[in-house]
Design a protein around this ligand. Structure first.
Ligand SMILES: *Cc1c(COP(=O)(O)O)cnc(C)c1O
Length: 326
């Protein structure tokens, strides 16, 4: 790779190449079924379990796909990113596997498990105050000072292509999916899922799901340009508190997404309880967005074959216990 062509829009071909790169490195996560979910939704539901992915979320896919394509010089200088948790953790693990130095900029109130995991994978962690400081400005400054390449969570073609490999695996395994739901923060997961899905299944309806208080993506699709909202500190979905869609992802969403629906904290907790009680799996609040959206977003799924991306499972246990018992 000569330059770093991360600002060129990714295509389905990039998702297919990412899948090759990830073979034997990312887990091919299981697709689970639940009779109860089928009954509740009046549909056939297929859960793609990225809570069981390495580093605990789908973000490992995009992170590894991006870092594996860096030049030897870039790898030697190292990488830097900003993230509330899962992307940081994913970059830290991918960097360790590829023997690349990594630095992550995290909000000081990020879940302690996520911060601890990034450190345990060998990354340096720098914290900031999300209410008063701009993480992108801090990251750009550190990147310049240290010569480390900035790999943002969503606004990067290789990251988006990597995120699409989860949906690619799902549609390989479950033919003729009619509807797909995926959580939305910066939009990388939804954009990658669209690239993977639409090439094979142009009629598949692909919905994003955002926290109710962080519905910048929904607003952006409604008005045709990227809407920036203030930092939404009040949602439990800590992985989807991005204040704006990434431009690269937005273009893809505008072309292909059926829409973006929202879920409240109470609905996310209900979905987490469902996963724990019925399916015996630990899902973090952000990871429950897709199911909550399918249940409450008002989309017609009756009689359909529905894919749900369970996007992550990283949650502090005391917090998790509270969500289950509330
Ligand atoms: C990051 C993340 C999302 C949202 O993904 P984007 O690519 O930022 O839209 C959803 N769920 C989990 C668990 C995440 O970590």
């Amino acid at each position: 790779m000569n330059a770093w062509p991360h600002l060129i829009a990714p295509t389905n071909h990039d998702v297919v190449e990412a899948a090759q790169r990830l073979k034997g490195i990312a887990h091919r996560t299981p697709v689970l079924r639940s009779n109860t979910a089928d009954e509740i939704l009046g549909a056939q539901v297929f859960f793609k379990c990225e809570n069981l992915q390495r580093s605990g979320s789908f973000k490992f896919r995009g992170a590894y796909n991006a870092l594996a394509q860096l030049s030897p010089e870039q790898q030697e200088r190292g990488v830097l990113t900003f993230s509330a948790g899962n992307h940081a953790q994913a970059i830290a693990l991918a960097a360790r596997l590829l023997d690349i130095p990594a630095l992550v900029v995290m909000p000081h109130d990020a879940p302690t498990t996520k911060m601890a995991a990034a450190r345990a994978y060998g990354a340096q962690v720098v914290t900031y105050d999300p209410l008063n400081e701009d993480r992108e400005a801090i990251s750009r400054k550190l990147s310049q000072e240290r010569g480390m390449l900035l790999v943002p969570p969503s606004d990067n073609a290789a990251v988006i292509a990597g995120q699409g490999t989860a949906a690619l695996e799902l549609i390989e395994e479950v033919p003729r999916l009619d509807v797909l739901f995926a959580g939305v923060g910066g939009g990388g997961l939804l954009a990658g899922s669209l690239l993977a899905t639409k090439a094979a299944l142009p009629l598949c309806r692909v919905y994003g799901v955002e926290p109710e208080v962080a519905n910048d993506g929904q607003q952006s699709l409604a008005c045709g340009e990227i809407v920036q909202i203030p930092w939404p500190r009040s949602t439990i979905a800590d992985g989807a508190r991005a204040t704006a869609l990434a431009p690269l992802a937005f273009d893809i969403l505008q072309q292909g997404a059926e829409g973006i629906v929202t879920a409240s904290d109470a609905q996310l907790m209900e979905a987490m309880r469902f996963f724990a009680e019925r399916m015996k799996i630990v899902v973090e609040p952000t990871g429950a967005l897709a199911l909550a959206g399918a249940l409450h977003g008002g989309c017609d799924v009756h009689g359909a074959r529905v894919g749900i991306v369970i996007s992550g499972g990283n949650v502090d246990l005391p917090r998790y216990a509270r969500f289950l018992s509330d």
